[in-house]
Design a protein around this ligand. Structure first.
Ligand code: HEC
Ligand code: HEC
Ligand code: HEC
Ligand code: HEC
Length: 416
């Protein structure tokens, strides 16, 4: 496989930011939406990862011999703030190991932190995008069971209604397969109907296995098709442009007819082939509905398919809600010993007025940068490191932003 950091085309950059709005009751407590922009620029975070020395202790898939956990393998939690929280929780141990190895402890500006967190999130997407996870033996069975073989033949067959899929051998990207299947879906569906075959549905890893089966074999490098990795931000625009939004609600915006793809129980952080499979499963229902309304069927270029899948993968990354009331408890229990909000502070700064803390990422950047002093103070008073459980980081950010003296920008409205 190509070296991930060098070829990483995927990940993102800009997580913009700001604060909140939109009170909505969730889990019984009022929550606010935190303003975080979807990432776009693919490579920036990979560079930060290398330049800040993370790669000296952390592998990204494949190499477990380094001091820190392999960040390509562990399942990093859902939203960007949960990830920021995990990073914060481990700060003292990492600081200690950096001292041992005489590595300077890196500091970040907001942009670098945003890029880095997006990179870590996207890394799993990247691993899935280049493939390799499917099982070719199971894939052969899928190919047979879903009746693909009855039209496409199993390898070099001839005289069949479907074209040979031989040219997919070795094509590394699941995006390419997803795009070809999607664009030819209507013709295939018609032929299937005429032969009394059901329209195939893919569960979980089936499309990934099928891909592995089609890929198996040797190919010349110049035959490969590379698609520039997806941009979640562009995908969000396509989601509107291709009228997906006319049936799907995301973050409270959109039409009826389809499920809310951002609903927390609908976990979209799945391998690329799994996302592509669930799009395929309902492609004909969608085509029928469009035909009924006189709208031409949706087609995707390879890049568009990559972008839309990247958007679905990241759909909840930037959609973070926090509960100020729970955040207040976290603050009281873990921070208020040193920090105040709007009154003179003895140990740490007054977080109501400390400059540049008007967006969620900025808060965690500042916390990371100031962690060594906080650690000293904690040690002096014999208090344990204030660890954040999943969800705490978003609640804490929602609370702190609600307390700021200066107005904080509102959450952006989704692109329509
Ligand atoms: C000197 C070695 C070292 C360096 C450099 C380092 N880390 Fe770590 N990192 C560790 C160790 C060791 C752990 C596990 C800490 C623990 O168990 O508390 C860890 C844990 C983590 C975790 C938590 C993983 C989990 O399971 O939740 C994240 C995220 C992380 N590091 C990211 C980074 C990033 C990003 C950088 C670069 C800015 C970095 N690390 C630099 C050693 C390092
Ligand atoms: C009823 C026959 C039939 C079945 C079953 C069928 N296909 Fe097809 N497939 C076709 C035909 C016909 C085309 C060409 C359609 C066109 O020209 O638009 C095609 C096109 C394709 C293409 C694009 C080929 C290219 O040259 O780019 C792919 C990929 C594909 N099918 C995959 C599959 C997979 C995977 C399955 C099983 C899940 C499957 N097909 C099942 C008939 C079928
Ligand atoms: C005509 C209405 C309609 C349109 C337009 C539409 N969808 Fe859907 N979508 C649905 C319905 C209904 C379901 C759930 C039923 C099903 O699985 O068939 C669904 C399900 C999905 C799922 C599966 C969700 C899951 O949990 O696995 C994905 C992903 C999806 N749609 C993406 C898209 C994308 C991307 C577009 C735009 C290219 C789009 N949809 C356009 C109606 C629509
Ligand atoms: C033991 C005392 C202590 C605790 C507990 C503590 N901090 Fe701090 N904090 C400090 C000190 C001291 C500084 C200033 C560090 C410096 O100047 O480098 C600081 C700095 C900060 C900053 C940077 C402020 C700026 O001006 O940019 C933020 C944000 C912050 N803390 C948030 C928190 C949060 C959130 C918690 C609870 C999870 C917390 N701190 C817990 C002592 C503490």
């Amino acid at each position: 496989m190509r070296h991930p950091i060098l070829t990483l085309g995927l990940v993102l950059g800009a997580i913009g930011a700001g604060a909140q709005s939109v009170a909505q009751p969730a889990r019984g407590v009022p929550t606010v939406r935190l303003a975080i922009t979807l990432p776009d620029n693919p490579t920036t975070g990979a560079r930060v990862f290398v330049e800040k020395g993370c790669a000296r202790c952390h592998a990204l898939g494949g190499d477990n011999r380094r001091m820190g956990p392999d960040l390509g393998r562990i399942r990093l939690p859902g939203s960007v703030l949960d990830l920021a929280g995990a990073f914060w929780n481990h700060a003292p141990v990492m600081r200690e190991k950096m001292t041992d190895l005489k590595i300077a402890r890196p500091e970040f500006n907001d942009r670098e932190m945003a890029d880095l967190l997006a990179f870590l999130t996207a890394y799993r997407y990247y691993l899935a995008e280049v493939g390799g996870a499917g099982n070719p033996v199971a894939g052969r069975e899928v190919f047979r069971q879903k009746r693909c073989a009855s039209c496409h033949g199993d390898r070099d067959a001839w005289n069949l209604p479907g074209p040979s899929l031989e040219r997919y051998r070795g094509h590394v990207s699941p995006i390419v397969l997803a795009q070809a299947m999607w664009n030819h879906g209507t013709e295939m569906a018609a032929l299937m109907r005429s032969r009394g075959l059901p329209f195939p549905q893919f569960d979980g890893g089936e499309l990934g296995d099928l891909l592995a089966f089609l890929q198996a074999g040797t190919i010349a490098a110049d035959e490969r098709v590379y698609v520039e990795p997806g941009s979640p931000r562009r995908g969000q625009e396509l989601f509107a442009a291709k009228r997906c939004i006319s049936c799907h609600v995301i973050a409270g915006q959109g039409g009826r007819g389809g499920p809310d793809l951002g609903a927390p129980e609908r976990q979209m952080m799945r391998p690329v082939t799994a996302i592509a499979g669930s799009m395929w499963n309902h492609s004909q229902g969608m085509a029928t509905e469009f035909a009924r309304r006189g709208i031409p069927p949706v087609r995707f270029s390879g890049q568009e398919m990559a972008d839309i899948i990247a958007y679905l993968y990241f759909v909840n990354y930037a959609q973070v809600s926090g509960a100020p009331s729970r955040g207040q408890q976290v603050f009281t229990n873990r921070c208020a010993g040193c920090h105040t909000l709007g009154s003179a502070s003895v140990i740490g700064p007054d977080l109501r007025v400390a400059p540049r803390l008007n967006d969620p990422i900025a808060i965690f950047t500042a916390m990371w940068n100031h962690a060594p002093r906080m650690e000293q103070e904690l040690r002096r008073s014999g208090v344990a490191w204030p660890r954040l459980a999943p969800g705490d980081a978003a609640d804490l950010a929602a609370f702190l932003l609600s307390q700021r003296a200066t107005a904080v920008p509102a959450a952006p409205r989704p692109v329509r």
